[in-house]
Ligand binder design. Structure first.
Ligand code: ADP
Ligand code: MG
Length: 623
């Protein structure tokens, strides 16, 4: 057989390399910004159009390139930054692989303009899909400008794979933040579709963080400082009371390079141990300086993961340094030692219990009365969580369930046998004179489950999940029927969000307004809310928006429906009564009623079961 192996042509090799280096517009942003920094730029401009899908341009005032270098910079493995393998361990630059420009030029339309300080004129090169279209002399200021247009134009599959503009923009902003935070002495601007998104003057670490995340960040920061032979640690951690439920603001920089490290993240969490509520994540901005010899950055093509020589020592040092800072700045509680582990859970419960007053129930409210007043009648006294009109009677519930049985496929069998003990329960708990209660049939178990009986046995409802389902349907109905009732706030609620979060909130502004939110202001740094949905209480707003932002971070669906759906899910999740909250008998009853009045009572909005049934047969078997 004849030989079949051949070397790939350069443009094909470049395209393959591009697959590794360029996943999305944000990857291009990162590479171009890093090149500008390596070129000693002092003022770097990032210009984006349509989340980078049409244009990504980076302009720097750095050293520029000679005519030959300009042409060579697009060759694969062409770099000015290392000459030999040993240099890999003396790196002081961001780049060194010499792959970025070649990769980018393989999958986009690229225009480069560059000039060195002492040259009269500069060089302009146009490349499309690795092919040089033109090279000319041009007039341009000192430094380099690279525009990348129509990314992935020749790889439709990759282009189609890109997420919505809001998601891609979000990734770009993330990269921009990481680079800008690592280099506070450099001035950075960012523009998107013609308007300025960031304007960061040259400053110090703290000021840079504040300029990015908003004025109120300043008071949240606790400085962290330590110098040893192995590492110099500086930066900040967020005070524990500001810890968020999303992992948003967590940054490690090693020798001015943003890195991800689950191991070091664990060290920070360990330093916060006992100070955070369940599920809260501390924010941190930690800058580590180590000997370049002691790390290996080469293990990841996009260079966000690195290997440390002495990871264990680093872990220990980081943890103790942060612990010390928290103690020194009086953030850690004095009684931090000898903690009884069993105190950990009640700690959370205690704070949950403190919120109990938000679950007000209108005790005169009778779900069994025919002329139920909804909306207008109830706005004065809000029984926040229990606004939904429940089923008229247990018989109706039964009817509803029957028609539901085909929806829940797994529970078919159980459902056909589910029969609510109407004779036992018809006695309403609300009007004892009208119909007498024989005995209470709904109980709360461990502040987590609602247990009630049915003819065939018993139902065990998960209170949090059930409430998610109830709220979810209620919110959806409110939005789609545009019948939402908004509560006017007496005093506008002022919240502070980063520019990035505002950008994200704006993408769902309309939907938020449909749920009942009324915004006075929704601008950089400040959000003013004058009205909120009637299903939530004022103090839940910030948690809710935070949860929403963290949900949106992961996915911003394009279509109106899925946006509404995401919003309803997110609100339901953050507002639903949690495990650990004690419910009054009326509330238990109300939850059960409302759940079974839902269109899809069996599952939460994210498909987790809301209740289980235990038939007498099953119970019998256990004896
Ligand atoms: P690397 O950064 O890994 O060296 P790149 O493909 O990103 O590889 O860049 C190739 C070379 O082009 C760099 O080594 C540098 O010499 C030159 N270069 C790229 N961008 C700039 C810039 N903005 N200013 C000056 N030189 C640049
Ligand atoms: Mg580079």
């Amino acid at each position: 057989m004849s030989d079949i192996i051949q070397l790939l042509p350069d443009h094909v090799a470049n395209q393959i390399a591009a697959g590794e280096v360029v996943q999305r517009p944000a990857s291009v942003v990162k590479e171009l910004l890093e090149n500008a920094i390596d070129a000693n730029g002092t003022h770097i401009k990032l210009i984006i159009k349509e989340a980078g899908k049409t244009l990504i341009q980076v302009i720097d005032d750095g050293m520029g390139m000679s005519v030959t270098d300009a042409r060579l910079s697009f060759e694969r493995h062409a770099t000015s930054k290392i000459k030999a393998a040993e240099d890999l361990f003396e790196l002081n630059t961001k780049g060194f692989r010499g792959e970025a420009l070649a990769s980018i030029a393989a999958i986009a339309h690229v225009e480069l303009k560059t000039k060195q300080e002492n040259d009269e004129v500069g060089t302009e090169i146009k490349i499309e899909g690795s092919e040089v279209i033109s090279q000319e002399v041009c007039v341009t200021p000192k430094g380099t400008s690279i525009s990348v247009k129509n990314l992935f134009y020749n790889i439709p599959a990759r282009r189609n794979f890109l997420k919505s503009n809001s998601v891609e923009l979000r990734h770009i902003i993330d990269e921009f933040h990481r680079v800008a935070m690592a280099h506070p002495a450099i001035k950075f601007d960012m523009y998107h579709n013609g308007s300025e998104v960031f304007n960061l003057p040259d400053s110090n670490n703290r000021q840079r963080i504040v300029n990015i995340f908003g004025g109120k960040t300043n008071e949240k920061l606790v400085p962290v400082e330590e110098e040893t032979d192995l590492v110099t640690i500086s930066g900040f951690v967020g005070k524990p009371e500001y810890a968020k439920r999303s992992r948003g603001e967590q940054f490690f920089f090693v020798n001015n390079r943003f890195i991800k490290s689950a191991y070091l993240n664990h060290a920070v969490s360990a330093a916060f141990e006992g100070l955070l509520k369940d599920k809260a994540h501390p924010s941190y901005f930690i800058y580590l300086k180590v000997d370049p010899k002691s790390i290996d950055i080469n293990i990841h093509p996009t260079k966000t993961e690195i290997k440390f020589e002495d990871e264990h020592a680093l872990y220990a040092m980081l943890r103790s340094t942060i612990k010390h800072s928290l103690g020194q700045f009086n953030v850690a509680p004095v009684l931090d030692f000898n903690r009884d582990a069993s105190m950990d859970t009640p700690y959370e419960y205690k704070s949950k219990m403190a919120q109990a007053p938000t679950i007000e129930v209108d005790r005169s409210f009778n779900p069994f009365k025919e002329e139920k007043t909804s909306g207008g009648g109830s706005t004065g006294k809000k029984y926040t969580h229990f606004k939904k009109e429940p089923a008229g009677s247990w018989e109706n519930l039964y009817v509803g369930l029957e028609s539901e049985s085909n929806i829940s496929k797994t529970k078919d069998d159980e459902f056909s046998t589910v029969e609510f003990e109407s004779t036992e329960v018809t006695g309403s708990l609300f009007e004892e004179d009208e119909k007498k209660v024989k005995h209470q049939t709904t109980y709360q178990l461990r502040r987590k489950y609602i247990v009630t009986t049915i003819k065939s046995g018993m139902v065990i409802i998960n209170q949090n999940r059930a409430h998610q389902r109830i709220l979810y349907e209620e919110i959806l109905r409110g939005i789609t029927m545009a019948s939402t009732v908004s509560q006017q706030l007496l005093f506008p609620l002022k919240l502070s969000f980063s520019k990035q979060e505002i950008t994200l909130l704006k993408t769902v502004r309309e939907q938020l307004e449909n749920t009942g939110f009324v915004f006075g202001k929704l601008t950089a740094g400040e959000v003013e809310i004058t009205g909120i949905p009637s299903v939530i209480s004022e103090k839940e707003v910030s948690v809710l928006l935070e949860q929403l932002l963290s949900d949106l971070e992961n996915e911003v669906p394009d279509s109106g429906f899925s946006q509404t759906d995401l919003l309803a899910k997110s609100i339901a999740k953050s507002v639903a009564i949690r495990t650990g909250v004690e419910l009054a008998p009326e509330q238990l009853q109300y939850m059960a009623n409302s759940l079974f009045a839902c269109t899809e009572p069996t599952i939460t909005p994210d498909n987790k079961p809301t209740f289980i049934t235990l038939t007498v047969d099953e119970i019998d078997k256990k004896f």
